[in-house]
Design a protein around this ligand. Structure first.
Ligand SMILES: [Zn+2]
Length: 260
């Protein structure tokens, strides 16, 4: 333990621009302690000046991103159709989160922008018109902290696993997570079936949801969340999962679509 006057003196020297080694030599305080004081001071300053810029994951005591419901939704969108890539010079460690929003879901772009802003309120969010979709794009140093599934190559070519803190959020906000996954990689469509009857043909409509993702890990997260919510599903083939039972579709309609 060091005396508070020693600590103040050491921090003042660091403020003047002396290196940690210099200050350690002059004051006798260990370099480890100096480093920690400096980090804590910087974090406090950041918290005081820009509370919204502080990353919940790379602070001394990591916590869950908030609001957790927005995070669960954004995680679903990201796992479905998002990616993280470095911006410009890699040494700056700035990353772009890009989420492709197709027009299959009305209001999706606004929803996506809202979720990005809720999770990183200090960063700008842009929308960029691309061929066939609108990209929601936001730059931050902290996207890899918030979405540690980030990595080189395509998501289906590597193992995608949720960390325990993400798992906890996804379990608690399973509806938001499923909603995000379906908004990025799913669709709702209506099967129309004709039944010939004595007094003429009658048409029946069967709405259903379809989720398409090549990654078995992401499929597993989707079906795991559906199980948690008690929504019946069926594996159609290697990449497609279908929700077609009447009560299961009604359950999804209550929080995913057809309108929101
Ligand atoms: Zn961070």
């Amino acid at each position: 333990m060091y005396d508070i006057t020693v600590r103040r003196h050491a921090l003042a020297l660091l403020e003047q621009g002396l290196t940690i080694s210099d200050v350690s030599r002059r004051t006798g305080v260990s370099r480890g302690a100096l480093r920690e004081w400096l980090l804590r001071t910087e974090q406090n300053r950041e918290l005081y000046v820009h509370p919204h810029r502080v990353c919940p994951r790379c602070t001394a005591l990591p916590r869950s991103p908030e609001p957790e419901d927005s995070y669960a939704y954004l995680l679903g969108l990201y796992l479905g159709d998002g990616y993280i890539s470095p911006v410009g010079d890699r040494t700056k460690m700035i990353w772009a989160l890009r989420i492709a929003c197709a027009d299959a879901w009305p209001g999706l772009i606004e929803e996506c922008v809202k979720a990005v802003k809720a999770i990183r309120p200090g960063n700008n969010v842009r929308t960029i018109q691309r061929v066939g979709c609108v990209e929601v794009n936001s730059h931050s140093r902290h996207w890899p902290c918030l979405f540690p599934q980030h990595g080189p190559g395509k998501k289906h070519e590597r193992k995608i696993e949720l960390l325990p803190w993400q798992k906890k959020i996804v379990d608690e906000f399973a509806e938001e997570f499923v909603r995000g996954l379906l908004h990025s990689d799913g669709c709702r469509f209506v099967n129309r079936v004709r039944r010939p009857l004595k007094d003429g043909d009658r048409w029946y409509e069967y709405p259903r949801y379809n989720f398409t993702n090549v990654s078995l890990d992401i499929q597993g997260m989707f079906t795991g969340a559906l199980d948690r919510l008690g929504v019946a599903w069926a594996q159609m083939n290697a990449t497609n999962i279908s929700v077609a039972k009447r009560e299961a579709v009604a359950r999804l309609d209550a929080f995913v679509g057809p309108k929101f």
